[in-house]
Write a protein that binds this ligand. Sequence first.
Ligand code: ATP
Ligand code: MG
Length: 180
Amino acid sequence: MPLKSLLINGFKSFADKTTLTFTQGITGIVGPNGSGKSNITEAIRWVMGEQSAKSLRGSHMPDVIFAGSAIRPPLNRAEVTLVFDNQDHELPVDRATVTITRRLFRDGASEFYLNQKACRLRDITDLFLDSGLGKASFSIISQGRVEEIFNSKPEERRTIIEEVAGVYKYKQQKKQAEAE
Ligand code: ATP
Ligand code: MG
């Protein structure tokens, strides 16, 4: 399930609409300190449903919206779209291309879209449960995370193994059903 493209508009340092296209193989992103490399991986985690502002290096979610610079006023909206090549149907959607979009306004209003259709956050997170690509995913490893996994408590490490093994999804569904 390769990534096809990422569109960033108003998210963190990306004040202008920016499109990144991923070709086959490995993509490396290089640039000077502070140029926005980590912001790109954060945009990916965000559109996939990240709910922790802290893990995006902010104190509340609207901190992800472009905050302005010496020459540009702040923006009122952040938007990220991620396009997957789903020809292998690894995502449980009957389409060869899957598009997800997240939009956030400064007043806190937020919108999610799956294939251009408005949806809930839950629809997005459900999509990635079991794909190994969830927001707490182990395909996205930030600086310091490897040590964190090594140093985690046994119960936390168990959660990691359960997600990798595909058991976690059922545990979440059971929890949800019990709460309803
Ligand atoms: P390093 O090589 O040091 O890891 P990097 O390329 O990963 O750097 P990032 O951390 O992605 O850089 O980008 C940091 C930059 O993004 C900072 O200049 C910061 O001011 C800017 N930035 C973060 N949030 C916002 C925001 N909401 N609005 C505008 N700029 C932002
Ligand atoms: Mg960085």
